[in-house]
Design a binder for this molecule. Structure first.
Ligand SMILES: Cc1cc2nc3c(=O)[nH]c(=O)nc-3n(C[C@H](O)[C@H](O)[C@H](O)COP(=O)(O)OP(=O)(O)OC[C@H]3O[C@@H](n4cnc5c(N)ncnc54)[C@H](O)[C@@H]3O)c2cc1C
Length: 393
């Protein structure tokens, strides 16, 4: 199945058998997965048809025109954007069959247990330990900034399995059941007033070896797939023209002529052009993905996404003057989805601060672009071959 025409007919037949208006949302999504129309480039039996990734647009257009429900990608961003491609690339057949369907339909939400208090940008320094005990691993440690941990059923987790190996080589990748004894999730209130992320304490959590993804000690390699997909997930979202932050700022500009000044007009136009260039570049990147996993170039789109969001929300705040300083609501919430553009301008302005930190800071992504895209000399790394247990902490 590689042909757009054939795929269009198949989608229409699917819609005729299950008219969205008369079909339960969850049933519709499950049937869509089973028909191979979830992510067409995945293998048959796993929600796809083994077709080129670019053909997903054909399916999506037919479904959107018929008013079909989607699987709310913003709520299941980590599962969809990061866990799924990693499980597809490194998981066993059993793991793929167990995890991918409920992940895609949104029945099971995922979170990412990577960052630790002493291991953010230097993620390979992580200290959460996993010790083998029979058929299980016993995991103990602390994770931080874990988005969606409070609603997650599963987590992708990296933990240290060999402290004697250098830091990149003694890590193993697991799936962690967030309902297991020993997993404790505590909200972390952030600058917006809400708690979208959490601290997660792992105390003697037993993870079956069957939930290991990839080989023992190969977790860093597996995590690279997650991280490269994460940058495209955050920075390469599909947007219509004037979607995202720029659409909101342009709407304020149009609706409130009394706020305009010549200087702000010029800056808005500059940012509008930059946002459109970024949108089209992200589209091109998604098309290149048809050839395989995202490369380090994805860091470029994530960098631009963060910079533009911060500049556009700052401009909108300035445009609104004193009114922009009012904050709509400080009530502590634990949102179920990451909402970059939601609520008032005050919320958007504060939330964009995280855009240059989450999924890798802008400084670290600049290093990646410098070294892996431009081929500039790498930063000196004195700890590369030192056993993790001997590193200064
Ligand atoms: C909103 C939000 C959601 C998040 N969600 C998750 C999640 O779901 N799961 C998860 O695991 N993590 C999550 N994170 C964590 C995020 O990935 C880390 O915060 C990030 O990797 C930075 O690590 P750090 O906070 O330890 O900062 P540090 O690594 O301590 O960095 C501090 C500063 O030093 C700079 N720096 C560090 N190293 C270098 C270098 N080599 N060159 C130049 N500058 C450098 C950094 O850029 C930064 O400015 C989230 C963070 C945010 C803000």
């Amino acid at each position: 199945m590689t042909d757009a025409h054939e795929l269009r007919s198949r989608t229409r037949e699917f819609l005729a058998a299950r008219p969205p208006a008369g079909t339960d949302r969850a049933d519709f999504l499950k049937a869509r997965f089973d028909a191979g129309l979830a992510w067409v480039h995945y293998p048959p039996g796993l929600g796809g048809l083994g077709a080129p990734r670019t053909l997903q647009a054909v399916v999506d257009a037919e479904l959107a025109a018929a008013g079909a429900p989607d699987n709310d990608p913003r709520r299941i961003m980590i599962g969809l954007g990061m866990a799924a491609p990693t499980i597809l690339a490194y998981g066993t057949e059993e793991q793929k069959r167990r995890f991918l369907r409920p992940l895609w339909t949104g029945e099971e939400v995922w979170c990412q247990l990577f960052s630790e208090p002493g291991a953010g940008s230097d993620l390979a320094a992580l200290g959460t330990r996993a010790v083998r005990d029979g058929d299980d691993w016993v995991v103990t440690g602390q994770k931080v900034w874990t988005s969606s941990a409070h609603i997650a059923r599963w987590a992708i987790l990296i933990a240290r399995t060999d402290p004697d190996a250098p830091k990149h080589r003694g890590i193993t990748y697991f799936v962690c059941d967030m309902t297991d004894p020993g997993v404790e999730v505590r909200p972390l209130r952030q600058i917006t007033g809400e708690a979208e992320f959490n601290e997660v304490f792992l105390t003697g959590v037993r993870i079956p070896d069957a939930y290991r993804i990839g080989a023992v000690g190969e977790g860093w390699k597996v995590a690279q797939t997650t991280l490269m997909n994460e940058r495209v997930t955050i920075g390469g979202m599909r947007l219509p023209r004037e979607g995202g932050m720029i659409g909101l700022a342009a709407a304020t500009w149009r609706e409130r002529p009394e706020l305009r000044t010549h200087e702000l007009h010029r800056r808005l136009l500059d940012l509008w052009v930059d946002a459109e260039v970024a949108r089209l570049t992200a589209e091109r990147l998604r098309q290149q993905l048809a050839a395989g996993q995202p490369g380090p170039e994805g860091s470029g789109t994530k960098l631009v996404f963060a910079r533009l969001n911060q500049e556009i929300s700052s401009l909108e705040l300035e445009l609104r003057g004193e009114e922009g300083l009012l904050y709509d609501d400080w009530t502590m919430r634990r949102p179920e989805q990451v909402d970059f553009t939601g609520r008032d301008i005050g919320y958007r302005y504060l939330r964009t601060k995280g855009n240059s930190i989450e999924g890798g800071t802008s400084e670290v992504l600049l290093n990646i672009v410098a070294e892996r895209v431009l081929g500039l000399p790498a930063e000196p790394r004195t700890d590369k071959d030192v056993a993790w247990k001997d590193l200064a902490r």
